[in-house]
Design a protein. Structure first.
Length: 202
């Protein structure tokens, strides 16, 4: 019994640390991107109208986008991918038990099956340009009939300045062009201050 109590106490301590890490990450990103919460809100709004049974989150990070998606669709199956084990451990502490978290890179094969929603927040534009181009055809094949991709990300604008140039961030038109090249039909649903939410269907 003592061993079990110590194990439980250790688990609670570790999960508390991960929750603290998640809060610290959110504090940092909100400082860097004052419109971060608006971006996430617009991402979820862009999912409305889809019959959601399965969700794929590409580059889930600390799990904030997945958490919001499951609040909107609590009965959905969710698979979240991220290349960082540390991020996945933080996400595990804020997501319900049925959320499936997987270690992986976006240039690797996507999970099997089709998805009604494929989401990505602040991830795709961080990929090298050739990986962005390769990702969209694979996303198209992973979308269920009447499924929807929703990308919430940075876009290069004149105001974005040097950072966008260094990271070779696509402009809004460039991002849509990559989606079209991948066989998707994009639509801009929100854009402000170098951030945008773009949906796409097959």
């Amino acid at each position: 019994m003592v061993t079990e109590d110590l194990g439980r106490d250790h688990y609670i301590q570790v999960m508390s640390e991960y929750r603290d890490a998640s809060a610290a990450y959110l504090e940092t990103i909100r400082r860097e991107l004052p419109l971060y919460d608006r971006l996430q809100d617009e991402l979820i709004k862009a999912t409305y109208g889809v019959a959601v049974r399965r969700i794929l989150d590409l580059g889930c990070g600390t799990g904030e986008t997945s958490r919001r998606a499951l609040e909107a669709y609590p009965d959905a199956e969710l698979i979240a991918i991220d290349p960082s084990q540390d991020m996945l451990q933080i996400a595990r502490a804020v997501l319900p038990e049925h959320a499936q978290l997987r270690l992986g890179y976006l240039d690797e094969p996507l999970p099997k099956g089709s998805f009604d929603l494929i989401l990505s927040a602040l991830t795709i534009q961080a990929l090298p340009p050739h990986q962005r181009a390769d990702l969209f055809p694979r996303v198209r094949r992973a979308l269920a009939p009447r499924g929807r991709l929703v990308v919430a990300d940075l876009v290069a604008t004149d105001a974005a300045g040097r950072a966008a140039a260094v990271h070779r961030t696509d402009s809004l038109a460039g991002l849509q062009g990559r989606m079209r090249d991948g066989g998707l039909v994009p639509a801009v649903v929100w854009a402000e201050s170098g951030l945008a939410v773009v949906t796409a269907t097959a």
